[in-house]
Design a protein around this ligand. Sequence first.
Ligand code: DGY
Length: 324
Amino acid sequence: MSYRVLITEPIVESVIQKLEEHFKVEVGERGQFYDEASLLEVIGDFDALLPMLSSPVTDKVLNAGNRLKVVANHAVGYNNVDIEAAQQAGIKVANTPGVLSESSADCAMALLLATARKIVEAQDFLYEGKFDGWDPLSFLGMELNGKTMGIFGMGRIGKAVARRAKGFGISILYHNRNRVEKELEQELDAEYIPKLETLAERADILSLNCPLTDETHHAIDAEMLKRMPSHALLINTARGPVVDEEALAEALHNGEIGGAGLDVFEEEPEVHPRLLTAPNCVLTPHIASATHETRKAIGMLAANAIIGVLDGTPDEQIPNLVHV
Ligand code: DGY
């Protein structure tokens, strides 16, 4: 009997083909598996699941997966998967660390540049036919050279952001569960800040690069936003719920902070309506890892974990299994 794999929606074709060389593969339609009920209907037929971050792999889903042996999330963040329930059910979980750090860091810098230099606003102005000659006073933004970036979450993506920011003449502060090695602090000229509150107070730019956990949920709330300098920019390429979006919209409308570049939202794909009207905001639809190279690498890493688990490869030889 050949194992059956469910990919919740179309992904890079060569990844699907790779899995098809080994198993019977079904690919859902886009949007088909965005809720628990749709997964519950079919999960009993599959040995492996390759979900997007938009599919809720809940305890119910995992427990209904009688034959399910592995869930290989098509993302590095796995807050959509109930890890404890998977462990209890003996189902392995994999994610895709490492392969999207550079593209995600590029996106954080793109949002920072666009927000700091009002690129979208300026483009709209030009497209609306309002460009009537060089203006010494229009679209004045924040110069990045000499500014300080606070990085919340110094994992692989945080480090890739820090390296890029350093190239722009930005000094790095960071807050993380654990302090990183001295050599890395030296390489990045990065100062460890034990309290998130202090990071918020000292940073001209606050870049969120942490996973979403119980501890980081709404870590950036009204109180934290008040601590940020009024010119400061918030860049979020991590997960929407790290920020209290209602409080952020309020802070932006009241001029409590200078702007925000957001790739992720609390209730994706919904975007808080007051963010859509907030000043100096650049909003993108969760595209941080969206490069040809990265999306293929993400898919291959997830596929390899499925092949490894279903072929009986020892756990220690599958580098991207999540251990908690
Ligand atoms: C991830 O992998 O967690 C990213 O958010 C995908 O873009």
